[in-house]
Design a protein around this ligand. Structure first.
Ligand SMILES: [Cu+2]
Length: 125
């Protein structure tokens, strides 16, 4: 109860600061790079999916999911955030058969905004 209240105060404070502070200080997260790259066609299943943002993102509520063309989630549900680079999230995947996959991500920006997005890559036969 108390920590929820504190979190609300903190969020409000961050929001207020965001209005009066240059964006570079409390950045809204934007995906800037991924591995595999967006719309890439690759010949071998990746072992890991990497997503990088323009700034570090929050450790809570982070999610990266890999979905096959039938809508099944196929990643190992083990999303992690790099300790020394908080802008980098990754999850591992089992050996994936040829298909077009959609990667969906969700993060909380330092400016407290929730950011979701997706991109695709294809493993060719
Ligand atoms: Cu934002």
């Amino acid at each position: 109860m108390k920590s929820n209240y504190n979190r609300k105060i903190f969020s409000t404070l961050i929001f207020t600061l965001t209005l009066s502070t240059p964006l570079s200080v409390f950045a809204h997260a934007i995906m800037v790079k991924s591995q595999p790259e967006q719309n890439a066609t690759i010949a071998v299943s990746p072992k890991q999916i990497d997503v990088w943002f323009n700034d570090k993102v929050g450790g809570e509520y982070k999610a990266v999911a890999v979905i096959d063309s039938k809508g099944n989630r196929v990643d190992n549900k083990d999303v992690q955030q790099e300790l020394l680079d908080g802008s980098h999230l990754y999850c591992t995947t089992p050996a994936l058969p040829p298909d077009t996959y959609t990667v969906r991500y969700r993060v909380v920006s330092i400016d407290t905004h929730i950011v979701t997005g997706k991109f695709q890559f294809t493993i060719k036969p």
